[in-house]
Design a protein around this ligand. Structure first.
Ligand SMILES: [Zn+2]
Length: 441
């Protein structure tokens, strides 16, 4: 059973299938799972009791696609010619960074990006790490940084053949041995990751599909994020990106396609028919000026969509707000997408992207106690059962995250990390960034 924690007097938004909301409610967890939830107060008080008066309790938000090492670039002045398209963003920014990364950077960025996500209300991320000169041991270093702050992570090494086939093979081996090493880990799991269709040949994709099935783990790939991916596939194979991935057997419910910006009706039909999942990264798409993913159309087709940050802004509330607004702007329709659809992406949608919907993504009895307490003190209008969904998209931000629990353990208390000092995390991360920046310039 484990220690009992109760959060009382709170407005609870379960984010379950029926959007059940409980006013003046309580939630209790014994050990790592939610054991009781309801109106009023629990019969048996917890050893740890949290007063949730004036607060909103939601499930831990899920970051369905990220690159933890992106945090080391905050404020960096790179000595490069400004990129004018997405291919140049990769060539001039990300690929040189990838190459400069060390195992220490993998650790430091996992520590600080996990801390940043936790303090902003995200309790689980799906990361893919890319570092051709720091392959072996990188995933264990990421896992170590993540565990130190108490976050959950799905960790993967991003295979690419942009230099040679050997680096993909080493990335494959790193992924496989890591997956086996974390089989019973309560916080960390592994998956297989391919960078993108345009940086790999057929063979490694087919090998990955087979291995992921054998290991029973999800897989992920950047899919038509920029036009470079689409054009490469059209030129090389006479197929659009999703058509090629379909031919190679990559699509299916165990696969999460990141981005899907340049996909047409036929590709969305293939995604829908195969029940493949999609991770939407609206802020990153805007930052890199790659275009707008047709997410409202995907939702109409019944495609499961999660919400990611792609290694840029780690506050899930900012990403939700952007998902709400960008599709309205792009369509000229102020009702194009609503708060429920966006909050769904950040909760159960993200869980479904990786087959974890029975464990996380909503507050339900028996599920893992990944719980976020938002301080409603500064909400300027009535905060109740009816208004709360609107507030979650229009009012709250990561700065309102007061307490966070992961597997029933408190990891953020009163806006500070509970397991390690915020100051130490910042220090480790700054040292790592300083050294990385000097190697880059
Ligand atoms: Zn990405």
């Amino acid at each position: 059973m484990g220690e009992r924690t109760t959060i009382e007097n709170a407005l609870i938004v379960t984010c379950d299938e029926k959007w059940k909301t409980i006013e003046d409610g309580f939630i209790a967890f014994d050990g790592d799972r939610i054991s009781e939830m309801g109106k009023g107060s629990p019969k048996q008080k917890g050893e740890t009791r949290i007063d949730g008066s004036g607060c909103v309790v939601i499930p831990g938000l899920i970051t369905a696609h990220t690159h933890l090492y992106g945090i080391l670039l905050r404020g960096a002045q790179l000595n490069i010619e400004p990129p004018t398209d997405f291919a140049q963003v990769l060539q001039r920014v990300w690929w040189p960074v990838d190459e400069a990364l060390s195992i220490d950077d993998a650790y430091a960025s996992a520590l600080s990006a996990s801390a940043d996500m936790l303090r902003n209300g995200s309790t689980l991320y799906a990361d893919t790490y890319s570092g051709p000169n720091s392959i072996e041991g990188s995933l264990a270093a990421i896992a170590r940084g993540t565990r130190e702050v108490g976050m959950k992570g799905i960790v993967a090494f991003e295979m690419t053949e942009r230099h040679n086939e050997e680096e993909a093979r080493r990335g494959f081996d790193e992924g496989v041995s890591f997956i086996e090493s974390v089989k019973t880990d309560p916080l960390i799991s592994g998956m297989m990751s391919i960078h993108a269709s345009f940086t790999v040949g057929d063979e490694i994709v087919e090998k990955t599909v087979k291995k992921a099935r054998e290991l029973g783990v999800p897989k992920t790939i950047h899919t038509s994020e920029g036009l470079v991916d689409l054009y490469h596939n059209l030129e090389e194979f006479g197929e659009r990106t999703v058509e090629r991935l379909y031919r190679l057997g990559l699509l299916g419910p165990d696969t999460c396609l990141a981005h899907c910006v340049h996909v047409n009706e036929r590709e969305m039909d293939l995604i829908s028919q195969t029940d493949t999942r999609v991770a939407h990264n609206p802020m990153s798409n805007m930052l890199n000026a790659v275009g707008v993913s047709p997410v409202p159309r995907m939702l109409e087709k019944g495609i499961t969509v999660g919400l990611g940050n792609d290694g840029w802004i780690y506050d899930p509330f900012e990403n939700m707000r952007c998902a709400l607004t960008v599709h309205r702007l792009a369509s000229g329709n102020p009702s194009q997408i609503g708060p429920e659809a966006v909050l769904r992406m950040a909760t159960l949608g993200g869980a479904r992207c990786y087959g974890l919907e029975k464990e996380v993504g909503s507050l339900e009895i028996g599920k893992r106690a990944d719980v976020v307490v938002l301080d409603g003190m500064n909400v300027p209008t009535p905060l109740n059962k009816v208004s709360v969904l609107g507030h979650l998209l229009n009012t709250f931000s990561g700065a309102d995250v007061r307490d966070v629990f992961v597997n029933g353990k408190q990891v953020v208390a009163n806006r500070r990390l509970a397991l390690v000092s915020d100051q130490k995390v910042a220090e480790v991360s700054r040292n790592s960034a300083e050294s990385l920046w000097s190697r880059l310039n």
